[in-house]
Design a binder for this molecule. Structure first.
Ligand code: PLP
Length: 230
């Protein structure tokens, strides 16, 4: 079994290889280490190896880790990548740097209202459902422009980009078409909002494809921290 530092290096190598194959600078693709269900000690190990951006899915679990690591790992950027219920929005507004899963105006307004004034605005990605699966959260692509317009003016938030979780399929062509659809939508939105710089897509199994389709931030859990217990 490799150490977390070794696994991290392998993921950086995969990102660099994928970027090189499509002529992109590797520095254009960030790595979000997804530490959900993993102990704070694993986050600290990745931090010691240079990792600074971490993604979490469960608000209370994340807040416990954020508090535990506040003094030893002070410059971690915490990203919420799991679904967000209104009753947890205050905890999120007070503890996170980013939320990738905004898909309703009501949640965006609550996050903006609840963001403490002494903190920088909360960075936001709108989650888009590119597969059209009814069970999935996220906006339909056609709804993105209208929500972006409303979110862009909220003072506690900073709209940074789009995020998606494509269909769970092994068919690379289906995946590619869904990832490219998000990339095209992102490019159209970035013309209107030049501040948008984050296209959050790609996970352990599909990060090369996501990089080839324009991802600027891959979210990788298993390939860094090992498999998760269900
Ligand atoms: C768990 C999770 C990931 C990481 O998935 P791996 O397959 O473990 O790399 C990425 N994005 C989201 C939204 C997740 O929930």
């Amino acid at each position: 079994m490799n150490t977390i530092a070794q696994q991290l290096q392998l993921v950086h190598d995969r990102i660099a290889g994928a970027a090189a194959r499509c002529g992109r600078p590797a520095a254009d693709v960030g790595l979000l280490a997804v530490s959900k269900t993993k102990p704070a000690a694993d986050v600290a190990a990745a931090y010691a190896a240079g990792q600074r951006q971490f993604g979490e899915n469960y608000v209370q679990e994340a807040v416990d880790k954020i508090k535990a690591l506040r003094t030893t790992c002070p410059d971690i950027r915490w990203h919420l990548i799991g679904p967000l219920q209104s009753n947890k929005s205050r905890l999120v507004a007070e503890h996170f740097d980013w939320v990738h899963t905004v898909d309703r105006l009501k949640i965006a307004q609550r996050l903006s209202d609840q963001r403490p004034v002494h903190m920088r605005p909360l960075n936001i990605c709108l989650q888009v459902n590119v597969s059209g699966e009814a069970s999935k959260s996220g906006l339909a692509p056609a709804e993105v422009a209208a929500l972006a317009e409303r979110v862009d003016v909220l003072p506690g938030l900073c709209l940074r980009g789009l995020m998606t979780i494509p269909e769970a399929t092994d068919d690379p062509e289906i995946l590619r078409s869904q990832l490219l659809e998000l990339k095209q939508l992102f490019d159209r939105m970035a013309e209107k909002y030049p501040r948008l710089d984050t296209l959050s897509m790609g996970m352990s199994n599909d990060l090369e494809l996501a990089v080839a389709c324009g991802s600027t931030l891959v979210r990788v859990g298993t390939a860094i921290f090992g498999s998760r217990n269900p």
